[in-house]
Design a protein around this ligand. Sequence first.
Ligand code: C5P
Length: 222
Amino acid sequence: MNRIAIAIDGPAAAGKSTVAKIVAEKLSYIYIDTGAMYRALTLKALQSSLQLEDEHPLVDLLHFTTIELRQSENGQLVFLDDTDVTAEIRSQKVTNNVSYVAKHPEVRKEMVKRQQVLAEKRGVVMDGRDIGTHVIPDAEIKIFLIATVEERANRRHAENVAKGFSSNLEELKKEIEQRDLIDTKREAAPLIKAEDAIEIDTTALSINDVAEQILAEVSKVM
Ligand code: C5P
């Protein structure tokens, strides 16, 4: 059977990674979380006390940085220069700063290059903001997931509470809106639906419903 590439884009907390993991598992494909790559660089930049507004130091830092997504029994692990940072990259500090790092064109150029190498052999489900538009513009399946900001904040809040993390619904909503604003308004590869992407509004759908819809699209091209 031919192996394809599936690009899943959309705003923050729209359920992209959860759905992408299910789809990848069903197809025995590799799941690639491109947001984790921007988050890992952001973590290192913060640790190095870089000014996130300055592009060149960030690009230099990235050139001396390895970011690896390793599959494990417990899901995907993120390694920054061989250190496991899977949990750290989800911190509030990284979340609130990542969009400032991701808006620099030269940072994106290098990240896209690395992501394209990962997608080269197909058999991938990749999620992010610019996968269908820039990273794999020839992906066989492109999905654009959306949901109301209230629903996305509610889901994040429920996840946090389930994990025993402190969580404030109103703050989450503001953080999501702020991140969407920066991601949508940036000049380099802004968050936008690819012309040939299928938009799915997940507001009233379960994760499994969304995964089923994507798998139905996949079966049409395989
Ligand atoms: O997917 P996640 O919410 O973890 O992504 C974190 C941030 O990384 C996004 O808000 C966006 O600024 C950036 N990002 C991006 N392009 C991607 C993936 C993520 O700009 N392909």
